[in-house]
Write a protein that binds this ligand. Structure first.
Ligand code: C5P
Length: 313
């Protein structure tokens, strides 16, 4: 049977720890991070077409490039190149030998929010095209292609809870207790540029130490103790993100006031996330945060969840 279209679902990520080291010669920062995939999903459909193209709908769609700079399209090209290298020929997607792919992205993950939404779409495009082209790359091979597309793309393929090193693309799944954590996300009214936040950190902290994994956070995750996980959350990018977006201080303070076990800026921000004691507390905290007027909107999510997955073909 020739498959003509495949849809994949892909989660947002938060960083439970993000330790940033010195700026490297290649313009990236060495880091140690604990990625955690949460149940806030984008969906990406790929279909055989005469030429590559992308459309974007949903949350923040206007801010996503719909041209060759789109990360999902870059992922399609990277996968095609990897398959061509392996098989000696480009994949033939369509029933009439059409070589292109139409990518349709439905966004729920806010754009430029520190939740790796663009990277998620790229990961979904990789997983979906792997199925469309029946290329049968393993998850490990897809992660290798993903690493060249962006620092967070490999994690969006893998999902779960994982330690990232290098610029974030070198992943090891974390040994964690099978606990479902309840998170509340506060979406900000605005965006932050990831390179700008890293640049602000370099100026605030010119002699950065080498990053190290937080042993207490890992012990808390192994034990599955939410209060310890909440207390151990940490993000080196939080200080520069707060300096660039001072309103987030109020958002974080409101979460603490409503009993969050931990409160943190996600990645380079400006989304903030809060760990709730249980589902009921997550609902109460969502209502309270919405009422406090300290953010644009609020969502509940659980984690960890699997990475990019085909949901229909
Ligand atoms: O890899 P990605 O395109 O997601 O990274 C976006 C930007 O974030 C990079 O161009 C760089 O400025 C910054 N970055 C960094 N160190 C990392 C990851 C990202 O400086 N480890």
């Amino acid at each position: 049977m020739t498959v003509t279209s495949v849809t994949a679902r892909v989660p947002a990520k938060i960083n439970l720890q993000l330790a940033v080291g010195p700026l490297r010669a290649d313009g990236y920062h060495g880091l140690v991070t604990v990625f955690h995939a949460i149940s806030l999903f984008d969906e990406v459909t790929v279909a055989a077409a005469a030429a590559d193209g992308v459309t974007v709908a949903g949350e923040g769609a206007d801010h996503v490039p719909a041209d060759g700079d789109n990360l999902a399209l870059r992922a399609v090209r990277a996968l095609r190149k990897a398959i061509t290298f392996r098989d000696g020929a480009a994949p033939d997607a369509g029933p009439d030998g059409q070589g292109g792919v139409a990518v349709a992205i439905r966004k729920r993950i806010p754009v430029a929010g520190g939740l790796a939404g663009g990277s998620a779409d790229a990961a979904a495009a990789l997983v979906a095209c792997n199925s469309l082209w029946q290329a049968e790359l393993s998850q490990q091979e897809l992660c290798e292609v993903a690493a060249d597309v962006g620092s967070d793309v490999a994690f969006a393929v893998l999902g779960g809870t994982a330690v990232g090193r290098g610029r974030g693309e070198q992943l090891t799944s974390a040994l964690v207790a099978p606990v479902r954590y309840h998170w509340v996300l506060a979406f900000a009214d605005g965006h932050l540029s990831t390179p700008a936040v890293y640049g602000a950190l370099d100026r605030m902290r010119p002699d950065a130490p080498e990053p190290e994994l937080d042993a207490e956070l890992m012990a808390a995750l192994r034990a599955g103790e939410a209060d310890r996980v909440g207390a151990a959350l940490g993000n080196d990018l939080q200080a520069p993100a707060l300096a660039m977006f001072p309103a987030l201080r109020k958002t974080l303070a409101a979460g603490r006031e409503f009993g969050a076990l931990g409160s943190l800026v996600s990645g380079s921000g400006p989304t903030c996330f809060f760990l709730a004691r249980d589902e009921r507390h997550a609902t109460d905290m969502s209502v309270a945060l919405s009422g406090a007027g300290v953010c644009r909107s609020v969502a509940k999510a659980t984690g960890a969840v699997p990475g990019a997955t085909v949901i229909s073909r």
